[in-house]
Design a protein around this ligand. Sequence first.
Ligand SMILES: Cc1ncc(COP(=O)(O)O)c(C=O)c1O
Length: 403
Amino acid sequence: MSERHPIPYGKQHITQNDIDAVTEVLKSDYLTQGPRIEMFEKAFSEYIGSDYAVAVSNGTAALHLCAMALGVNSKTKIITSPITFSASANCVRYCGGEVVFADIDPETYLLDIRAVESMLSEAPKGEYQGIIPVDFAGRAVDMEAFRDLADQYGLWIIEDACHAPGGYFTDSSGQQQFCGNGSFADLAIFSFHPVKHIAAGEGGMITTNSEELYHKLIKLRTHGITKNSSEFKNSLDLAVGETHDSSLKTQDYPGWYMEMQELGYNYRLTDFQAALGMSQLGRADEGMKRRREIASRYESAFEGCEFVKRQSGVVEGHAYHLYVIEVDDRKGLYEDLRNQQIYAQIHYVPVHLMPYYRQFGWKSGDFPHAESYYSACISLPMYPTLSAEEQQFVIDTVKNYYA
Ligand SMILES: Cc1ncc(COP(=O)(O)O)c(C=O)c1O
């Protein structure tokens, strides 16, 4: 019998088509920002259902640019979930803003709208400026409900949809609303890190239906520079520079001219990453189908098992970046799985308990649901190429541990 390969919790799937797509770019004239960027942006916005998409170097950069585009500064206070990757909160800190956490709903593991609502209703008017809900594990946030709430208090929303391209919730009129489709959140962000649905090595995308925010983001992605003459602020004389050749002083800004109008960054994606992302996007539906099959199999395998306190389960529209079970003796299970080369993971150490955030006064006991979830959660292997035989081995190993 051949030796079993290690089984990670998540893994990219690279096909010959992906390799060909990247190779084609490497043989072309473009490495960074070539034609593939716009092609990828267009294909991605069509897939998600948003009007605009802006490709950037990673999901964290996407969050940072969103915070900048929305004008986050030292007077900004936002609310987010403690059960997420730190980047969801950090983007506000990059701009000097304050992060306030609210507890999760223990049933969905998502930011609890009731907790957010009570914080908003108890705070002085204008205390908060934004909310960053996270489609954690791939489960779609009811963004319609968050939009209603945000509108009552005049807040913006950044949807962290890193775990959920292709995920959706059903709105009050029975319509499927895809994560990040721009109908509710002002801005949404995605990541193309290898464990995510679409892998580009590193990479990120921002989606929006706001033309104004779209133009801001495009500029901020490249140092705050614009080459669009209709946006230029400096006079034509200044743009032409010192010259004795009066024929140069035409009505047009010279071809070389560009303006840095605000402080931006280099958060560009490369053309070969865009080619890989686009090739992967072509298989996104296939991958989602497989993720949902795997989830369904886990759910039935663990149904009725006493050691499973709660599990992700089968939920319509769930994108299953992660499949979580909550168990007793989680540390023992984690180590037993590792001994069998099954590399399950814990998502996440609550962000409010990170030493960086504890310095602002957050402490154990602040969010009982998030902390109780953290003490029991474990993310089981979930990726499209996980074979039925490998999944069975994972299930058997978990069950044997508690037998
Ligand atoms: C929920 C969430 N937000 C943001 C990020 C940041 O994305 P990236 O790693 O592409 O910077 C991640 C990635 O791990 C994530 O899981």
